[in-house]
Design a binder for this molecule. Structure first.
Ligand SMILES: [Zn+2]
Length: 216
């Protein structure tokens, strides 16, 4: 699998520092599972962060450093040694990434013609704005912009917009400058994991569509 679109260095640095909010952190964790380039880059950022931490008193160490270290160890284990994803997600018709194993994932719900969504709940962060989106092959998604960052990891199929084409394994990080109308590739349905950072809201037709149903 060739991955052409990666999270920004700023995002990886924020993940290493533990300052990326839970929703985007989940999307980036899913990307890291399949992207050796970003895993290596994150390890470098964490090494730099670790060296800085060595100079600080122990009380200043991030409380979740151990948890994040264990997460990395988990990611570095060969795929066959990891546990299987619980079968409760079989209803979605897709194998969920390892990083989502502790998430509560709802059933597909209708959002529009050829367009479905599923709520993703992160146990430790119930207000995180995360969802799976499924678009029919060839579907034109409504034009939209964002007040902040939108993270989208392609799990299957493809999406294109005025900035390029995104295939399975790619992560699209769109900021408030991006106003786009993604189109699902004609070869297959597209499923992606999407998260909005913090108070980010969608505007345009997609925002008006999602807000009353999803609350985004
Ligand atoms: Zn990457």
């Amino acid at each position: 699998m060739t991955i052409n679109h990666h999270p920004s260095d700023e995002t990886l640095l924020r993940l290493a520092a533990g300052t990326l909010s839970a929703g985007p952190a989940l999307v980036v964790a899913v990307h890291l599972e399949g992207c050796f380039v970003c895993r290596s880059r994150l390890a470098k950022f964490e090494a730099v962060g670790g060296a800085l931490l060595d100079d600080m008193p122990p009380a200043s160490l991030a409380a979740d450093l151990f948890g994040r270290t264990m997460e990395r160890i988990e990611l570095d284990r060969p795929q066959k040694q990891r546990n299987q994803v619980p079968s409760k997600h079989a209803q979605l018709g897709l194998e969920l990434p390892r990083a989502m194993r502790d998430c509560e994932v709802g059933p597909w719900k209708w959002l529009g013609p050829g367009f479905k969504w599923s709520k993703v709940k992160i146990a430790a962060s119930q207000d995180a704005k995360v969802m799976l989106l499924k678009g029919r092959a060839g579907l034109h998604l409504p034009a939209h912009g964002h007040t902040g960052l939108e993270f989208m990891q392609i799990l299957s199929g493809s999406l294109s917009d005025n900035r390029g084409r995104y295939l399975a394994g790619d992560l699209d990080e769109a900021d408030s400058d991006v106003d786009h109308s993604p189109v699902v590739g004609r070869e297959a349905d597209c499923i992606c994991l999407a998260a909005l950072e913090g108070d980010t809201r969608l505007h345009g037709l997609l925002g008006r569509l999602l807000r009353p149903i999803v609350g985004f």
